[in-house]
Design a protein around this ligand. Structure first.
Ligand code: TXA
Ligand code: MG
Length: 362
């Protein structure tokens, strides 16, 4: 399949301000050219095709969520297991009624506070939402992304857009246009290249179908942020506490409530281990292991974020994994982040999965 690569970075006014614009007319022409490319992509979606597009979290691979045949193509292109449900993206909060019959005051408060933005809400689904979209579940995950290209695209397509992250299943989520091109060129109809993703990890998935709101996947919107808005307790899926010893063998196995959370995710090609402990000891241990393994002939990559720079870590983590893979490292040594912080916890969730839950304490 020939994939159309459509560069729409000029839509974002912020980008325009960064490059020199000599007159108003030129700026307008640039924006209009980007809008025409988005029109073209929206037509592809409306016609049952696949389009990858930027969001503020990670790039998504979209199809018409209400069109079974189109949604099946997402699973084929990504090599994604069929029981892993997709998030359905909308461009206006009022469109939520097409997907779910449930709209309580608490849900409205969540939407008012966090949409558009990186919060996905799991609710009972309407019968019209196809089973392929929800992996056979009777619930649907819904989110309104905060990215001008994504919103324009969904609006113009005129239908809710099912979109998982735009990577080959099991690979790190894509946070730059070039990551999507590497994974999906030749497998999808079009790729919209926008800005690098502002946040860098996927949305928080919040299950609102039970008695207590429960976080199934942590993200930049933390339990505390949600509690502050709804004025009540938020639970964590116990599966988020999964750990294994450094051999990768011993540890409890949980079954997560979000089907996608059980798969090996974000796996770099290199073997990866996390080192956890007091920062100076972690640094020392990483240096020791790096030296030792390099003397044995291995190429070693290190991921060590500044202490407490959680937002930076979220922004850079997936891109770092992909960069180290391109450099051809055999082993990745990563310093653990503090899980006391909600964002640190969210990045650690991805780091643990990348490392197959292998963590060594020092
Ligand atoms: O930030 C994001 O959420 C990105 C961008 C593209 O919007 N999307 C994304 O989608 O991360 P994906 O498919 O890679 O992850 C969706 C997660 C999976 O863990 C899936 O199992 C869970 O959400 N999920 C989807 N629908 C669900 C449902 N009805 N019940 C429980 N979990 C669900
Ligand atoms: Mg994903």
């Amino acid at each position: 399949m020939k994939t159309k690569i459509l560069d729409v970075r000029d839509l974002n006014k912020h980008n325009l301000e960064q490059s020199i614009v000599y007159d108003e007319a030129e700026a307008e022409a640039k924006v209009n050219a980007a809008l025409r490319k988005i029109d073209e992509a929206a037509e592809i979606l409306a016609g049952g095709g696949l389009v990858a597009f930027p969001t503020e979290t990670v790039y998504g691979l979209g199809a018409n969520a209400m069109d079974r045949t189109a949604v099946v193509k997402i699973f084929e292109a990504k090599g994604r297991p069929g029981d892993n449900p997709l998030i359905v993206h909308i461009a206006r909060a009022s469109n939520i009624g097409e997907l779910t019959p449930v709209l309580t005051p608490v849900i409205i408060r969540l939407i008012d506070n966090f949409w558009p933005g990186p919060l996905t809400i799991v609710l009972k689904k309407k019968p019209d939402v196809p089973d392929v979209t929800t992996g056979g579940l009777d619930t649907v995950a819904i989110r309104m992304p905060d990215d001008p290209v994504a919103l324009e695209l969904i609006n113009k397509a005129g239908c809710p857009i099912a979109a998982p992250s735009a990577n080959i299943s099991g690979r790190p989520s894509p946070t730059r246009g070039e990551h999507v091109v590497t994974d999906l060129e030749g497998k999808v109809d079009a790729i919209l290249i926008g800005s690098d993703c502002r946040i860098g990890i996927e949305s928080t998935v919040l299950d609102m179908t039970g008695d207590v709101p429960t976080i199934l996947r942590p993200g930049i919107i933390t339990a505390e942020n949600i509690e502050a808005v709804i004025g009540g307790k938020v639970a964590m899926d116990p599966a988020l506490n999964q750990r294994k010893d450094p051999s990768g063998e011993e540890g409890e196995n949980f079954t997560p409530k979000a089907p996608g959370m059980k798969y090996t995710h974000y796996a770099p090609k290199a073997e990866m281990t996390i080192i956890e402990g007091q920062i100076d000891r972690v640094k020392k241990e990483i240096e020791r292991l790096k030296g030792l393994n390099e003397r044995l002939g291995l190429k070693v990559g290190v991921i060590l974020f500044e202490e407490k720079e959680f937002i930076e870590a979220a922004h850079d983590f997936f891109a770092r994994l992909r960069d180290l893979d391109s450099e051809g490292v055999d082993l990745i040594l990563a310093g653990a982040l503090s899980e006391q912080d909600g964002v640190g916890f969210a990045v650690m969730n991805r780091m643990l999965k990348s490392a197959g839950y292998k963590i060594a304490k020092v």
